[in-house]
Design a protein around this ligand. Sequence first.
Ligand code: HEC
Ligand code: HEC
Length: 446
Amino acid sequence: MKLGRIIIRVLVINIAILLVMVSHIGWASAQTQRESDTIPYLSAKLKQLVKFAAPGNLGLNYFILPNSADLKSIPADPQNPLTPEKVKLGQLLFHETALSINPINPKHWQQSSCASCHFAQAGFRSNLPQALGVGGLGWNKSRHRDAVPSVEIDKQNILTPSVLNSAYQKAMFWDGRAGVNGSNAKEPLIQEFDVNRLKLDGLETQAIDAMTVHKLGTAAIATLPEYQELFAKAFPDRPYVTAEVEDLNRAGFAIAAYERTLLANQAPFQRWLKGNEQGMSAQELRGAIVYFSSSCIHCHTGPNLAITDFKSVGFADHPQDFSGLNLGRGVITKRARDDFKFKVPQLYNLADSSPYGHGASFNTVREVVEYFNRAQPQKLEALYAGNLSIWFQPLHLQQQQVDDLTAFLETGLRDPNLTRYLPEQLPSGLCFPNNDPVSRKQLNCD
Ligand code: HEC
Ligand code: HEC
């Protein structure tokens, strides 16, 4: 009897304890659920992850993009020191349709610029699967080919990457063929393509070569007094501009200087990094937490969210690419282990322009996120080659996490004010970024 009562008492006490525990757990989980969606909670959690992703004890600073006027803090090529005068000149030249003086068909004279394919409103991309320079008609999404033979049109069979945050990218192009400066290159110079012959950073090399590739020249601007003054201020050692190659190269230097100041430093994530806890919404914070705790951060890190390296993640080639298969980095290095590897792109302001991937094979940012979540290559040859990155693995994200990560990329990483980088007008007075008859109407230049 006595023993029975003791057993019952112990049981009752145990059940009571259990009940208290269960109710406690329930209460605690309800509490954390509420608390865990508050901005302070999410913000604190993200801070830990971001600090963990930064090398050494750089902390949040590692990811902060400098102010565009703070030229000392922006990475530069020592052979092209940044000055406000050079940046100002570069801003005008990047948009200057008066530079377009070597079209194959004379009817396209002075109709396009660098910004025809890389414009601010599209996050310095082109908002088209295939951007059109010389021989394009119309502005933004409506830009299309003029009815002329294909060779008269300036276009490439690959998606236009952004020049935003390009100060943080060492090698230019999807295959990196405008590579790093000879002195600090990880790889020997690739002589066959002779792209590093100038021994400059990729951005300067690209800008100089692009002048010729995109059929630009300085002869017409040399007749404008305003450009004579601007060149004199930007390059005091040679205070004038002519049609000579030397000045074509200096136009490239000025353009590269301007490109280095194109920084997405007003994006919500940047505001948050700089201490504004309300800078991002709860959903963007949740998405950033997914980003910093999944594979993304292994390849997309640093101030521009992109390492200078080439990785195989199996994206399909461009529908206009009839070369068979684009081997990417392998074309340049001629090493089988580099086949199908492409440049890791920066991730700011992607929502301003579509499609995505070197081959324009994704229409939305969400499609890219879902693709990385599934990790099944679009291009099977990349799988068979055995070069797919070890980080290209299924992530098992739930629908809510996919939504949150997409929101972080689309709005958390979107600087809403990139038009601050546009000039008000050009010294030539011409329409920009395009000056063809269709664009002139659409841009209200007539
Ligand atoms: C016809 C459209 C077009 C015009 C005009 C154009 N670009 Fe590009 N740009 C592209 C495409 C396409 C690529 C990618 C090529 C590749 O990777 O093979 C590119 C790549 C670049 C890159 C490398 C970016 C990166 O992340 O790798 C820079 C920088 C650049 N262009 C700057 C310029 C400058 C400066 C001008 C004017 C002098 C210019 N572009 C004119 C289409 C254009
Ligand atoms: C193994 C390295 C690696 C990992 C991991 C990775 N990426 Fe990428 N990402 C790349 C490369 C390389 C490309 C370009 C591929 C191409 O165009 O062929 C790319 C392209 C993209 C693009 C398209 C950008 C554009 O300009 O078209 C987006 C968006 C993107 N990645 C987001 C993410 C997100 C989000 C994650 C995490 C879920 C992630 N990436 C994980 C290497 C990686």
